[in-house]
Write a protein that binds this ligand. Structure first.
Ligand code: DGJ
Length: 310
């Protein structure tokens, strides 16, 4: 069985992969895909009635980025209403990083109530990539909002890139070496641009950030920005998507950028707002065209990775 971009993907047992809003981490020649398990019914929520109660963060492993093996829930919802991870909470966009200093895996997630007013970060740690992760803290990094986010590594330093100030402005906040906290050094970029779902990568010495607009689960036009330095203003350039439905990010929302063999790929969630558990996935190649003003191109292909890894 072959997974196709846009569909819900199946694991090596033929079961639906439940790893939405996720990311892929490479560690010791294995790939680990972490994401939100949404295998439950949509329930009423304060915002739009489009929510699945928190179940847990899934982990899948693969040696080839094509065949995924379910490793279980690495962080689980609690049935105890006094527990911060009680199932009525929102736990989104998990990102896992590895600290060379502590030799621990650190899981960050967006933590919220169903009204999205907490806008906090959750941090959990584990000695192994397959968990289980133990909750370390839930906090506001530098006392700022953190909703959609990613974590980006640059020359051995890690940064939390988070939609903040009621989703108006993106912040880049430096993490401590143990990766469980912020150092206090941060900057604001894309001020008042209302962007979310940041995916960041560095190529040819330039920093690129792909973001979506803020229309809930509904698709909108992606934009990318570019900068020579992480901490100086990032210039918004254009929509990187080309081809049919490019204005709707191919009916999805970009999520996470990563490199394999020098090529950049980007993950998409194809949200199904009225039945979130059936939301699909895509992984598309990102073309970087040097020395052009509009120097990023993302085209739709039915084959994950544009068929390049097969
Ligand atoms: C858009 C975000 O990108 C998603 O992660 C999720 O928070 C939805 N909004 C909720 O409406």
């Amino acid at each position: 069985m072959k997974n196709k971009n846009g569909d819900i993907w199946l694991d090596d047992q033929g079961k639906k992969i439940q790893a939405h809003g996720g990311m892929i981490l490479k560690h010791e020649n294995m790939y680990y895909w972490y994401g939100e398990n949404k295998e439950g019914p949509n329930v009423k929520s304060a915002t739009d009635g489009r929510k699945v109660d928190f179940i847990g963060i899934s982990c899948y492993s693969s040696s080839n980025l094509r065949d995924w093996h379910y490793e279980g829930l690495v962080l689980e919802a609690s049935n105890d209403p006094s527990n911060p991870l009680y199932r009525d909470k929102v736990v989104e966009r998990p990102k896992v990083v590895y600290s060379k200093w502590t030799k621990e895996f650190v899981l960050w997630f967006h933590y919220d109530h169903d009204d999205y007013w907490i806008a906090a970060s959750g941090v959990a740690t584990s000695k192994t990539p397959t968990g289980s992760f133990e909750l370390n803290k839930i906090f506001k990094p530098n006392r700022k909002d953190s909703r959609d986010f990613t974590i980006f590594e640059d020359e051995d330093k890690f940064y939390l890139v988070h939609s903040s100030d009621f989703n108006k402005t993106m912040y880049i906040s430096e993490l401590t070496d143990d990766l469980t906290d912020v150092t206090g050094l941060y900057t604001k970029i894309l001020v008042d641009q209302e962007r979310e779902a940041p995916a960041v990568f560095k190529k040819n010495g330039m920093y690129f950030m792909v973001t979506s607009g803020t229309t809930g689960w509904e698709p909108n036009a992606a934009l990318y920005s570019r900068s020579n330095h992480l901490f100086t203003p990032h210039k918004l350039i254009d929509n990187p998507c080309e081809g049919q439905d490019y204005r709707y990010t191919f009916h999805g929302q970009f999520n996470y950028a990563f490199e394999v063999k020098g090529n950049v790929y980007i993950m998409i969630d194809h949200w199904k707002p009225d039945n979130l558990r059936d939301s699909g996935y895509s992984i598309l190649p990102v073309e970087i065209i040097g020395k052009k003003k509009r120097d990023l191109r993302i085209k739709w292909t039915e084959e994950p990775f544009g068929g390049e890894l097969v």
